[in-house]
Design a protein around this ligand. Structure first.
Ligand code: GMT
Length: 392
């Protein structure tokens, strides 16, 4: 298949999922065309079957807000026509599904260009529920030829926020278990290494990681690696100084070789206010690094409390620090949990199991679009949409 993928390229889990999906699909023989304003951060170069088309947004004095969504729609239509794309797959509803809808309209009735929208979390729970975006988000989701959500939780939230709508398939986040692997066994370290990975937005409760370290640090020797960057980094650095643990915390900034970093840790901290799924926890579990997370959103669909990780209530620092101490003091428990975490990643969320779910959806969406096109042609019905002249 020839598939156009659009995502936020530089920031957040949805872009990571979209990028890894594109790479996995290309490895399975599909032609993948990323259409975005920047090269996706984990893409790298030199992957056969992977192409990148930059969206350029011109600015004019008249434009207080340069219209990225329109530039994206134009580029989608152009790339789809030139490279004969079978469909578009957009990640994060706003504004990508609106642009895809426009691109589909622009090419109709000359060629079908169905699109699939994948909902990732804040596009529904925060942005989509904002009154200024809600109507258009609901409309573009309803107009999608296929809709997926990354957890059952997010599917239900979408219906709560937008009311009854199109069927939403749950296709979970996935991990490449060949790339994300446990570290080879080494000598036991004298301290526990905690790791946090995020985009440091308020929803991640990054400062809770510092508090967990400070609390656990009263009972055990521990250090904390903080990977990523965003608005909460400065306040977290300040808190580490205020609590006197700044020498035990290392702020690493944005990391693009996260699969090499994770196996250096013993425990992943994910104290988020909300996670539609919790990709960072899954990546850690694939590396046999058990997560200590909050019981929120889709996380209970990933972690089995006490078996392959721990979940505590949002903001319960004592409880999360307690779990860290428990893991530090009980190496046998840690080893059991590490093995169970890897087992969960391999058996339920491996890319090899999840990617075919997307392929199957693509095939169904393409068939429906083709059949709808044939019926329209047979009936001689003319679309009211004015299509573009074909590109040379
Ligand atoms: O919160 C982030 O890390 C960014 C956000 C995004 O949309 O880019 O991530 C969401 O999508 C990830 C991949 O599907 C999920 O694993 C995260 O749980 C989800 N984040 C939230 O719901 C807060």
């Amino acid at each position: 298949m020839r598939i156009g993928i659009t995502c936020y390229p530089t920031y957040g889990g949805s872009g990571i999922v979209a990028t890894e999906l594109g790479l996995e699909l290309a490895a399975r023989g599909h032609q993948i065309h990323f259409i975005s304003y920047a090269n996706p951060i984990r893409l790298g170069g030199g992957h056969p079957g992977v192409h990148y088309h930059e969206v350029e947004v011109s600015t004019y004095p008249l434009f207080q807000y340069p219209p990225y969504s329109l530039a994206l729609a134009s580029r989608m239509a152009e790339v789809a026509e030139r490279h004969e794309l079978d469909l578009l797959h957009v990640h994060y509803a706003i504004p990508h599904s609106v642009s895809a809808l426009l691109a589909r309209q622009m090419l109709a009735p000359r060629r079908p260009l169905p699109f699939v929208t994948t909902l990732h979390g804040t596009d529904i729970t925060l942005v989509g529920a904002d009154p200024s975006y809600l109507p258009i988000t609901r409309f573009s989701i309803a107009q999608s030829d296929g809709v997926t959500a990354i957890s059952r939780y997010l599917r239900e939230r979408t219906y709560d926020v937008f009311g009854p709508g199109p069927p939403i398939e749950v296709v979970n986040n996935f991990v490449n278990c060949d790339l994300y692997r446990p570290a080879p066994p080494g000598p036991a370290a004298g301290e526990l290494t905690l790791l946090h990975i995020s985009n440091f937005r308020p929803v991640k409760r990054v400062r809770d990681c510092i508090r967990i370290l400070a609390t656990a640090g009263r009972s055990i020797r521990a250090r904390l690696l903080m990977a990523g960057d965003g608005p909460e980094r400065g306040p977290a650095e300040q808190l580490a100084r205020d609590l006197g643990v700044d020498r035990q915390v290392e702020f690493l900034g944005k990391q693009d070789q996260i699969h090499k970093l994770i196996p250096r840790a013993d425990v992943l901290l994910l104290p988020s206010e909300m996670e539609a799924f919790g990709l960072a926890a899954l990546e850690a579990m694939a590396c046999s690094v058990p997560p200590v997370a909050t019981r929120t959103g889709g996380i209970p669909e990933l972690i089995t409390h006490g078996t392959d990780g721990f979940m505590e209530e949002i903001g319960d620092i004592e409880a999360m620090a307690g779990r860290v101490v428990q893991l530090a003091r009980d190496p046998a428990l840690r080893a059991r949990m590490a093995a169970a975490a890897r087992q969960t990643a391999e058996s339920r969320f491996a890319a090899t199991a999840i990617i075919p779910q997307y392929e199957s959806l693509y095939a169904r969406v393409m068939n429906s679009a083709r059949n709808a096109g044939n019926q329209t042609n047979t009936a001689g019905v003319q679309s009211g949409v004015q299509s573009l002249p074909a590109l040379e």
